[in-house]
Design a binder for this molecule. Structure first.
Ligand code: SF4
Length: 358
């Protein structure tokens, strides 16, 4: 066709490339790791330490994005003003794209926009809420934009992302809540969640700052998520800072193919766990049964995976080829002084704090 190729080329190979280097940590790459009591597997959520390390080391990505992928990534920038405009009309919008820098943890981020909470005032002043907006594809709309099986919940990666926001602004705005909006790219339905950090423990005692965890409220209820702690997220940040300081590439946080023990554990829990779908769960259970009948130790033979499945993060990773080929990195100084304050935090988080309970 006449224009389609030109259109795709303009997106994937623009005449002017946007270059945005940053030596600080990005909230969108915040992550956490914990042992899931159901599967006994170590589960990682959020950004990959190795991918973040490549970014901080200015390693050129080995993977490009196709035109639909770029369109999906930028759809939020196009749709967000539409949502903001509605709130401007309602008289609730106050600011957009405000940057912050979390001095202690070296996170730099940007809040999408700020709205007035119409239900409360404090000392006769407006109470503001930072807002984060996510656009989401058709298969993820249920549960984020509207209830699925009676429940709504933001994506875990998105919850981790807003912790540095809430932690930072919470210093100035006690009991602050953040509003997260999901807009379905297919159904155009707007989902709303309020997120904050629990300030009091089970027994009513105040939690230490770092032991606070995420609480989500939406139309389907209030959900406490005590495994998503500030401590867990910052522990990973400090771990990454240590790798950066040592100039050592971290091990992969994700697997592009799960081993058979992990697959079997996910199949045991079933499709509700969300790692394997119904068809895969059935196929894996059948394969395990057959292996047992045949006295075949397939469980420990990863050359014959029960199902071709791994972490989705690797499929979308810009450094996939480099990571999987085990290519050595180009050692470059990180956190060097480029004379640009915004891009060069004074230092990464103090590594001597790494093992301290935070
Ligand atoms: S390929 Fe996977 S493990 Fe490797 S850097 Fe990318 S996300 Fe991380």
């Amino acid at each position: 066709m006449l224009f389609k190729q030109i259109f795709e080329r303009a997106l994937t190979d623009p005449p002017v490339q946007s270059i945005r280097k940053s030596k600080s940590f990005h909230p969108s790459a915040a992550s956490i790791q914990y042992r899931d009591p159901q599967t006994e597997t170590v589960e990682t959520h959020g950004g990959c330490l190795r991918a973040e390390w490549y970014r901080l080391k200015e390693e050129p990505p080995t993977e490009g994005s196709d035109a639909p992928g770029i369109m999906k990534m930028t759809a939020g920038n196009v749709l967000q003003p539409m949502v903001e405009h509605a709130f401007m009309v309602a008289g609730l919008w106050r600011a957009s794209e405000t940057s912050f820098f979390h001095e202690k943890m070296k996170y730099s981020g940007r809040v999408d926009f700020w709205l007035v909470d119409p239900t409360q005032t404090m000392a006769d002043k407006e109470v503001l809420m930072p807002c984060e907006m996510k656009t989401i594809g058709k298969y993820a709309e249920a549960g984020t934009c509207f209830p699925k099986a009676g429940k709504m919940m933001p994506k875990t990666d998105h919850l981790l992302q807003v912790v540095p926001y809430i932690d930072f602004y919470g210093q100035y705005m006690p009991n602050m809540k953040l509003a997260m909006f999901y807009l379905g790219r297919d159904g155009m339905e707007l989902g709303e969640h309020h997120i904050w950090l629990a300030g009091a423990g089970k027994y009513g005692c105040a939690l230490k700052d770092e032991h606070r965890y995420i609480v989500v409220q939406n139309d389907t209820g209030v959900y406490e998520l005590p495994w998503l702690t500030v401590r867990g997220i910052y522990k990973r940040t400090i771990e990454l800072a240590k790798f950066v300081q040592k100039n050592e590439c971290p091990p992969p946080s994700y697997e592009d193919q799960w081993d058979n023990r992990r697959i079997a554990a996910y199949a045991e829990i079933g499709p509700t766990f969300g790692r394997l779908n119904k068809t895969e769960t059935t196929a894996v259970k059948k394969a395990i049964k057959k292996a047992n009948e045949d006295n075949d130790d397939r469980l420990n033979d990863d050359a014959r995976p029960f199902v071709q499945k791994g972490d989705w993060q690797c499929r979308y990773c810009g450094w996939y080829t480099k990571c999987r080929a085990g290519l050595s990195h180009v050692a470059k100084p990180v956190f060097r002084d480029t004379g640009d304050d915004e891009l060069t935090p004074a230092a990464p988080p103090a590594v001597e704090d790494a093992d301290a309970p935070i």
